[in-house]
Design a protein around this ligand. Structure first.
Ligand SMILES: *[C@@H]1O[C@H](CO)[C@@H](O)[C@H](O)[C@H]1NC(C)=O
Ligand SMILES: *[C@@H]1O[C@H](CO)[C@@H](O)[C@H](O)[C@H]1NC(C)=O
Ligand SMILES: *[C@@H]1O[C@H](CO)[C@@H](O)[C@H](O)[C@H]1NC(C)=O
Length: 123
């Protein structure tokens, strides 16, 4: 009986501890980053875009990128979908696992890009 209620207490404690972590507190300082590297030097130049999930704990989902006038014709919408001016969504909004990167290339003058919206999926 003693052991049972101790186990219950421990279970409750652990459950709430992990729920608390689940709010994304572990990740709030580690938002995704965008890195662009020029990989082709013709005309137009070619850029490799790498989006990193810098959080070691949680997948990041529904990553929107400020993408200026990025043209959908440059890349498959499955990789990078243009929703409107300065609003593009990465990988159809699918989860990017902890510390992983997602990459695609485009050939055009450089479009400055930075993350705008994302959600951590901590569970
Ligand atoms: C961005 O790319 C450059 C060149 O490939 C690399 O040296 C640098 O480490 C990268 N930064 C991040 C945060 O991945
Ligand atoms: C982006 O497109 C809009 C509307 O087509 C245009 O007014 C604006 O000048 C463009 N911006 C850039 C940086 O090309
Ligand atoms: C992007 O270009 C680089 C350099 O040409 C290549 O190594 C890489 O595999 C390309 N990435 C994709 C997703 O096609």
């Amino acid at each position: 009986m003693q052991t049972q209620s101790f186990k219950l207490l421990l279970w409750t404690f652990l459950t709430f501890a992990s729920l608390h972590q689940g709010r994304g507190a572990k990740c709030s300082a580690d938002g995704p980053t965008v890195n662009q590297t020029q990989v082709g030097f013709g005309n137009p130049p070619k850029f490799m875009v790498e989006v990193h999930n810098n959080c070691a704990m949680c997948p990041v989902i529904d990553v929107h990128i400020k993408c200026g006038n990025f043209s959908q014709a440059l890349v498959s919408p499955r990789l990078f979908k243009v929703l409107g001016h300065n609003d593009c969504v990465l990988n159809a909004g699918l989860p990017l696992p902890p510390l992983q990167k997602f990459s695609f290339n485009y050939s055009h003058q450089k479009y400055p890009m930075s993350p705008s919206i994302w959600y951590f999926q901590c569970e």
